[in-house]
Design a protein around this ligand. Structure first.
Ligand code: CMC
Length: 429
């Protein structure tokens, strides 16, 4: 073999092995040949939280966490946020190339055709208590769409996949708006196809008695930018869930519901809601040093800080800070911004955070903007899910069409009892 190999000596047996290295990676199955005896299962790797394991090949999103780089299909995130609409970025993520004018128009037409919810889905949402968490409603409603579109289970039919992908992207804002209006007992607003994707979402959220909803263009654009920033983020917890569930050939609705469930946790997409609660708890700038001290003493985490991959400023957080200024020029300042900025300043000078390379992530400032725009904190994670569905679906499609992929099924290191005989109830301690 050439130089792209690694030589391994098994000190248990003295045997030597040469294992190929491709793309800076060795195949875990190449280690299986390393055995102490013929009936030994062979060497495995142990990586409980996938800290150093590549689970797929992907051409969708590139992240360099040390340099703070994020690109979709090769395009830097800041260029896309500055120049594109959210649906244009969806097309790019799904198809690999930016659309030309007619491709974009056709894509927008297809999405707009599918924004309505089946009336039974509306009734399904009405079955929830008024104070149900919108993330729970979203997860359940998306899973229930599987019963509305049973043909979605034909996951190897490319045209069918495309139809379900379009449906899911189109219906997420409608479901979200219906969750919100259900809480307040407001009548549901049907989609308005004259409007852009984000304007229509605002229409379904906030239209009252005016004959035609007119969205503030600065706020609609800010929402577009926020959606672009959240559209994909390679193999994070929810995307990994989407791929794992989809690998069993489950349909995309139940797979997206599972991915959304993963997103809802406070360490992942649920962090944006937690940041707002944290800022409310801190209350004023004077209380920041004591709050940071309590975090360093092990009482909870600084929500919206830290990332598994970024060991530098999250590039999305940088763009969000700029977007915040534009939003506040319309809505007036959210007083929590001052607390957040001071919290960031103090944390970034503190040895605890510096040493661990903990920087603000995408969730640190997004909630402050959403709140200023009029969204309730319980909706923040749903606002993360609306755009992330694109990433989940692109990654799902890539997985389904990848001949190397099989049903996801990790190994374990068994730590339980050795074989023992059944003990009758009367003889148990
Ligand atoms: N506040 C205080 N300490 C922290 C924080 C934080 N936010 N994040 C990590 N640490 C500490 C952690 O305690 C550990 O310290 P030590 O080495 O002394 O044990 C060290 O930093 C390394 O952390 P880790 O837990 O090993 O890192 P991880 O890669 O497993 O976790 C994370 C990444 C995002 C779950 C974590 O940083 C965290 O819980 N952050 C707060 C929640 C949050 O903002 N989540 C949103 C992530 S970005 C949006 C998304 O993609 O979902």
């Amino acid at each position: 073999m050439g130089h792209n190999t690694i030589s391994i000596t098994d000190n248990r047996t003295g045997a030597q092995y040469e294992v190929p290295i491709t793309d800076g990676t060795i195949r875990a199955t190449d280690l299986k040949q390393i055995k102490t005896s013929p009936d030994d299962f062979g060497l495995m790797t142990y990586d409980p939280a996938f800290l150093n394991t590549a689970s797929c090949r992907s051409s969708i999103t590139y992240i360099d966490g040390d340099k703070g780089i994020l690109r979709y299909r090769g395009y830097p995130i800041d260029q896309l946020a500055e120049n594109c609409s959210f649906l244009e970025v969806c097309y790019l993520i799904l198809n690999g190339e930016l659309p030309n004018q007619s491709q974009l128009e056709e894509w927008i037409r297809l999405v707009k055709r599918r924004t309505m919810l089946h009336e039974t889905s509306k009734k399904f949402l009405e079955g929830f208590r008024y104070d149900a968490h919108p993330m729970t409603m979203l997860i359940s409603c998306v899973a229930a769409l599987s019963s509305v579109y049973p043909e979605a289970r034909h996951v190897h039919d490319a045209a069918n996949r495309k139809k379900q992908i379009t449906r899911l992207i189109a219906k997420m804002p409608t479901i979200t708006a219906y969750c919100y209006r259900h809480h307040f007992g407001l009548p549901y607003i049907y989609p308005d196809n004259d409007l852009s994707f984000t304007e229509n979402f605002m229409n379904m959220m906030w239209k009252m008695l005016e004959p035609k909803y007119v969205a503030n263009p600065i706020l609609a654009r800010a929402l577009d930018v926020l959606f672009i920033l959240h559209a994909d983020h390679e193999q994070n917890c929810s995307t990994n869930t989407m791929r794992a569930v989809g690998s069993s050939q489950a349909d995309p609705y139940v797979s997206v519901a599972a991915a959304a469930a993963a997103l809802s946790g406070p360490l992942h997409g649920g962090a944006n809601e937690e940041v707002l609660h944290m800022l409310s708890e801190i209350g004023s700038k004077d209380n920041i040093p004591a709050y940071i001290k309590s975090v360093k003493d092990g009482h909870g985490k600084l929500m919206g800080f830290g990332h598994r991959v970024y060991k530098n400023y999250d590039p999305r957080a940088r763009i969000i800070k700029q977007t915040a200024d534009e939003v506040f020029s319309v809505t007036g300042l959210n007083p929590k911004l001052e607390i957040a900025k001071e919290l960031e300043r103090i944390a970034l000078e503190d040895e605890y955070f510096v040493k661990r390379k903990l920087y603000p992530n995408v969730d640190f400032y997004s909630g402050i903007i959403y709140e200023a725009m009029g969204f309730r904190p319980s909706l923040f994670t749903v606002l993360f899910a609306i755009p992330r569905v694109v990433g989940w679906l692109a990654q799902w499609q890539e997985m389904i069409t990848d001949p190397e992929q099989k049903i996801a099924r990790p190994r374990q290191i068994y730590t339980g009892s050795d074989e023992r005989n059944f003990v009758p109830m009367t003889q148990r301690a």
